[in-house]
Ligand binder design. Structure first.
Ligand SMILES: [Ca+2]
Length: 446
C-alpha cells in the first residue's frame, strides 16, 4: 500500500479548511488569469479600424460642400447614438454579471461547507466533492474576470461617448456658422449685381484673403486627422501582440548538457543556481509565520556524478499562525507559464520522480501538485509522506530516488500549474520539525 487514500483525502480536506480561499500557499505563483488578455480581442481591432476609417471620412468630407458636411453631421450623430446603445448594453451586462457573481459565491460557499466533513462519505463521493468545489471556484474567478473586463469596456465607451459628443457639438456649431455665411453671401451677391463695376477689386481682395484662410484651415484639419489615424493604427499594431500571447503553446524542456532520455521531462535539475527552474519558470520558497524555509544550492555526488542540488532548510511550527496550526513552509516550482498562463500538459507521464536525502535523516515532507482547479484555489493536492514511497520509516542521509505515481493525485494532468515540496504537520510525530533536505533532478517520467 503506497497511498493511504483516506488519509490523503482527509489531509486535503484539512488543508482546505485552513487554507480558506483568500490565503495562498503558493502565494507568489505569478498567478492571475490568462483571460485578462482577451478583453480587447478581434472585435476591438475591427472597431478601432472602423473608427479610424470614419475619422478619415469626417476629416476630408467636411471640408468642401454643405451637403458633405450634413452627411458628416449625420454620421457623428449616429456614432453618438450607437455609443449610447453600447453603454446601455454594457450596463445591463454588468447588472447580470453581478447577479451571477453573487450566485457563484453562494454556490462556492455551499460547496466548501459540504466538503468540510467527508468522514461519512465514500472515497468517490469525497473526490466528487473536491471537484465540485474546484468547479465552483473556477466559476467565481471566470465571472469576476468577465465583470472586470465589462466594467473597463464601459469606462472606455463612456470616454468615447464624451469625445464623440464634443465632436458633434463642434460640427453642429460649424454647420450653423457656415449656413449663416452662405445666407450673407447670397445677400451680398444680389447687391453686387447692381454695383459690380466699383466693388469688384475690393471683393476680389477680400475673397483672396478668405481663400487663404480657408486653405490654412484645411491644411491644419488634414494634419489633425492624419495624426488621429496614425494614433489609431498604432493602437491596432499593438493589439496582436496580446492576442499572440494567448496562443503560445505549452513549453517543452529546453536542451540540456546533462543527458536525459526522451522519456522524461526535466522540471528542475538545480544545475543552474538562479531562481528559475529548468522550464524557465519561477521557483522559490513559500512560508507563513511562524514557520519558515530557506533555500540554497550546493554540490553533491548524486548517483555517482557531481551535481548541483537544492537544499531546503525548514522550520515547521505546530502552534500559532493562521488557525493556530503553526503556519506553513516549503518550496514551489511553477509548471505554468506565468506570462502566457499556458499550463503544462503532462498527459503521457506516469510518475513524478526526484532524488532526495536528509541532513540528519529524520526529516520528512510531502509533494504537492496543482492543476488548473487547485491553482485557482491557491492550494495543491498532497502526496503521502516521502518515506512511504521509499518503503522506509526514516528518510536517512543517503541519496535515494523517489517515484510517486501521478495516479495518486486526483488531478487534470492536461493543465498542471505547479509542484511543491511541503513540510506538513503530519510528517512529524510532534506535529512540527526542523532540519534540511537535499533534492535533485525533479522529473516527470513516462
Ligand atoms: Ca543537479
Amino acid at each position: 500500500m503506497t497511498m493511504n487514500q483516506r488519509g490523503g483525502i482527509g489531509k486535503i480536506m484539512e488543508s482546505l479548511k485552513h487554507s480558506k480561499f483568500e490565503t495562498s500557499r503558493v502565494s507568489d505563483n505569478g498567478g492571475g488569469s490568462a483571460s485578462g488578455y482577451c478583453g480587447f480581442g478581434i472585435r476591438g481591432i475591427s472597431r478601432t479600424l472602423a473608427i479610424a476609417l470614419s475619422l478619415v471620412f469626417v476629416g476630408f468630407n467636411a471640408i468642401d460642400s454643405v451637403a458633405a458636411e450634413k452627411q458628416t453631421l449625420a454620421e457623428i450623430e449616429s456614432t453618438v447614438a450607437a455609443r449610447k446603445t453600447s453603454i446601455a448594453e454594457l450596463n445591463s451586462k454588468i447588472e447580470r454579471l453581478k447577479k451571477e457573481y453573487s450566485e457563484a459565491l453562494e454556490q462556492r460557499k455551499a460547496a466548501f461547507l459540504a466538503s468540510v466533513d467527508t468522514s461519512q462519505l465514500s472515497e468517490d463521493e469525497a473526490k466528487a466533492m473536491i471537484s465540485a468545489l474546484g468547479d465552483a471556484s473556477l466559476r467565481v474567478n471566470s465571472i469576476k474576470t468577465q465583470l472586470n473586463d465589462t466594467e473597463s469596456n464601459l469606462t472606455l465607451m463612456n470616454k468615447k461617448l464624451v469625445k464623440s459628443e464634443k465632436r458633434l457639438s463642434r460640427a453642429q456649431a460649424k454647420s450653423a456658422k457656415k449656413a449663416a455665411r452662405e445666407k450673407k453671401v447670397g445677400r451680398i451677391s444680389k447687391k453686387k449685381v447692381k454695383t459690380v463695376a466699383e466693388k469688384k477689386p475690393a471683393a476680389s481682395k477680400k475673397s483672396k484673403k478668405r481663400q487663404m484662410k480657408k486653405e490654412k484651415k484645411e491644411k491644419k484639419k488634414k494634419k489633425k486627422v492624419a495624426k488621429k489615424v496614425a494614433k489609431k493604427v498604432a493602437v491596432k499594431a499593438e493589439q496582436p501582440k496580446e492576442v499572440k500571447k494567448m496562443s503560445v503553446a505549452a513549453p517543452t524542456a529546453p536542451a540540456k548538457s546533462v543527458t536525459y532520455t526522451d522519456q522524461v521531462l526535466v522540471i528542475d535539475n538545480f544545475d543552474n543556481t538562479d531562481t528559475k527552474n529548468s522550464l524557465g519558470y519561477k521557483a522559490n520558497i513559500f512560508e507563513r509565520a511562524p514557520s519558515s524555509a530557506v533555500v540554497g544550492f550546493v554540490n553533491e555526488i548524486v548517483g555517482g556524478n557531481q551535481s548541483g542540488v537544492l537544499k531546503i532548510t525548514f522550520d515547521k511550527n505546530n502552534e500559532g499562525g493562521p488557525y493556530g496550526k503553526g503556519g506553513w513552509c516549503g518550496y514551489y516550482s511553477l509548471l505554468k507559464d506565468p506570462d502566457t498562463g499556458a499550463y503544462l500538459d503532462a498527459t503521457g507521464y506516469k510518475n513524478i520522480t526526484f532524488w532526495v536525502r536528509g541532513d540528519t535523516g529524520e526529516e520528512n515532507f510531502v509533494v504537492g501538485l496543482a492543476d488548473k482547479h487547485w491553482d485557482a484555489l491557491g492550494d495543491s493536492v498532497k502526496s503521502n509522506k516521502v518515506t512511504d514511497y521509499l518503503g522506509i520509516s526514516q528518510l536517512g542521509t543517503e541519496w535515494r530516488k523517489v517515484r510517486i505515481p501521478l495516479n495518486d493525485f486526483s488531478l487534470n494532468f492536461r493543465h498542471l500549474a505547479s509542484v511543491a515540496f511541503s513540510f506538513e504537520s503530519f510528517c512529524f510525530p510532534s506535529g512540527g520539525g526542523r532540519g534540511a533536505v537535499y533534492i535533485d533532478d525533479v522529473l516527470l517520467e513516462k
